[in-house]
Ligand binder design. Structure first.
Ligand SMILES: NC(=O)c1ccc[n+]([C@@H]2O[C@H](COP(=O)([O-])OP(=O)(O)OC[C@H]3O[C@@H](n4cnc5c(N)ncnc54)[C@H](O)[C@@H]3O)[C@@H](O)[C@H]2O)c1
Length: 479
């Protein structure tokens, strides 16, 4: 892949950053993939004012067509997009291709939702003091600008989940993508412009978050800040955002709970596959990756043996090699942190069953058992390919273990007992309970998001994001 020298997407033009440039490094081989512009605070102001003065008059049909054309362009360039994601993130091509498929779904759902008017008509003669009137509800785009800030772990899909609902609802959005993976966000922006998107509806500012972060969050033109990323930055945004809407999608520490009623036959293998996929796909860097595996003690040893076999069969290495299921984590600093947590857990009594080796930003898929809840590897979000196995005796204990976490994003449950599945669904303090699926299972359309430190309960997913990006106005009529 040739070196990409990128510019801002500002006021409908490609513009150099007033604060210089930064390099984007391939985490696998340490080579520079390209460089991106550092926007200045003055350029943040320019972008926001340009967006603020623009009011889109695109019809539902026109917005839907832009998104459909973008989906067609993406399909035609899927390989190019996947290779760019892999080059700047170290994710395997298998993972990157999967991500492109998800982005396509976001575009298609966005195109469909753009055509859907969810306005309601309410009769008013429903009570003794009612009257012969009607209340009609309708959605309008925000008056102010949307600012979106995205993390590194799904370089294009995180961006798609912000901008597609914004286009579908006729808003204007300014994006600051992760400085670790800015190139694929800019590539995706160009694809949307080519599909006919007016540039004022989507601008991209790359740069140093320490320099431009606060300006993006506090400028008076900004009505909504939508952020996906870690808890620390998310809470900081909540503190400084002031009187404006925020949507915060933060970290997770999701469990896969494996109950003994499934036995030790084929269903145990199914649970093992879910554990491995949930832990290692996307290099374990999903907010909803399996970060703790809770196994009922009577089947724990058989489960762990088979998980070790599945983990040793998980291919990893050069992300561009199509045979490898897994590439690197985002950088060596992240890999070293994971390695240290694995070592600390061992020192505190956990047993390393396989993996644990690190080479640069590459951490081998790793299974630990005899893990206790107070070990850092499970107490904190460990954003990488680690399967820590914790045992439990009763359903009550499993629920208490999950709920003791400060996170509350999603969960997966392997049981065939409806009474247990129902208890988990009712009592786990999380945004999602997936029975016989990984915690990360979702469609791009459906509501998604966490509680506690994982978020304030505002949901994403194309449909919910459109709700967050609009104001619901009512008008009443005398009939
Ligand atoms: N809940 C979800 O939907 C979801 C999805 C994916 C990832 N995540 C979380 O994201 C995290 C990993 O991503 P990350 O390491 O890129 O997260 P991060 O919090 O380090 O960075 C996220 C974004 O915030 C920006 N940022 C940093 N400092 C800022 C500041 N002072 N002001 C404004 N913006 C600032 C970064 O540049 C980046 O664009 C994990 O915790 C993961 O769980 C959550």
């Amino acid at each position: 892949m040739s070196y990409r020298e990128e510019l801002l997407r500002l006021r409908g033009e490609r513009v150099a950053g007033e604060s210089g440039r930064f390099e984007v490094i391939n985490p696998f081989d340490g080579e520079a993939v390209g460089s991106a512009a550092k926007a200045s605070r003055a350029q943040v102001e320019q972008a926001l004012l340009y967006a603020k003065q623009f009011r889109s008059t695109l019809s539902r049909f026109e917005r839907s067509e832009i998104l459909r054309r973008a989906a067609a362009l993406l399909a035609a360039r899927a390989d190019e997009g996947a290779r760019l994601i892999t080059a700047e993130s170290g994710l395997s091509l298998q993972d990157s291709r999967y991500e492109i498929g998800r982005v396509s779904d976001v575009l298609v759902f966005g195109a469909n939702e753009a055509l859907r008017d969810d306005g309601q008509v309410f009769a008013c003669d429903l009570t003794a003091h009612g009257r012969q009137r009607k209340v009609v509800s309708m959605r309008e785009p925000l008056l102010g600008v949307i600012v979106a800030i995205t993390p590194f772990n799904h370089p294009i899909n995180q961006v798609a989940h912000k901008v597609v609902p914004s286009i579908a609802s006729n808003n204007r959005l300014v994006l600051k993508p992760s400085e670790k993976v800015p190139l694929s966000a800019l590539w995706f922006a160009d694809l949307l412009y080519e599909a006919g998107l007016p540039p004022a509806m989507f601008q991209v500012l790359t740069g140093d978050p320490a320099e431009i972060g606060e300006a993006l969050i506090t400028h008076p033109a900004v009505e909504l800040v939508t952020f996906t990323g870690g808890v620390e930055i998310g809470k900081r945004i909540a503190r400084v955002a002031g009187y404006r809407r925020t949507v915060l999608e933060l970290g997770g520490n999701d469990p896969l709970i494996v109950c003994s009623d499934i036995g030790e036959g084929a269903e145990l293998d199914r649970a093992v596959q879910l554990a491995a996929q949930g832990s290692y796909r996307n290099s374990g860097q999903r907010c909803t990756a399996v970060k703790r595996i809770l196994v009922q003690s009577s089947i724990a040893e058989r489960f762990t043996e088979r998980l070790v076999a599945a983990t040793e069969a998980w291919t990893f290495g050069d992300p561009l090699d199509e045979r490898n299921a897994m590439g690197t984590v985002i950088d060596e600093v992240a890999a070293r942190l994971l390695e240290r947590r694995v070592n600390d857990a061992q020192a505190a009594g956990a047993r390393l069953r396989c993996g644990g080796q690190r080479d640069g930003a590459m951490l081998a898929p790793t299974v630990l058992d005899r893990v206790r809840p107070e070990m850092e590897v499970v107490l904190e979000e460990s954003f990488g390919p680690i399967s820590p196995v914790i045992t439990f005796e009763t359903v009550d204990e499993a629920i208490a273990l999950v709920n003791a976490s400060r996170f509350g994003l999603s969960s997966g449950v392997c049981t065939n007992r409806l009474d247990w599945a129902t208890r988990f669904a009712q009592q786990l303090q999380v945004g999602t309970v997936n029975v016989w699926e990984v915690p990360g299972y979702r469609t791009e359309l459906t509501p998604f998001g966490g509680i506690k430190d994982s978020g304030l309960g505002h949901k994403e997913g194309v449909q919910e994001a459109i709700k967050a990006y609009t104001q619901l106005k009512t008008f009443t009529l005398p009939w």
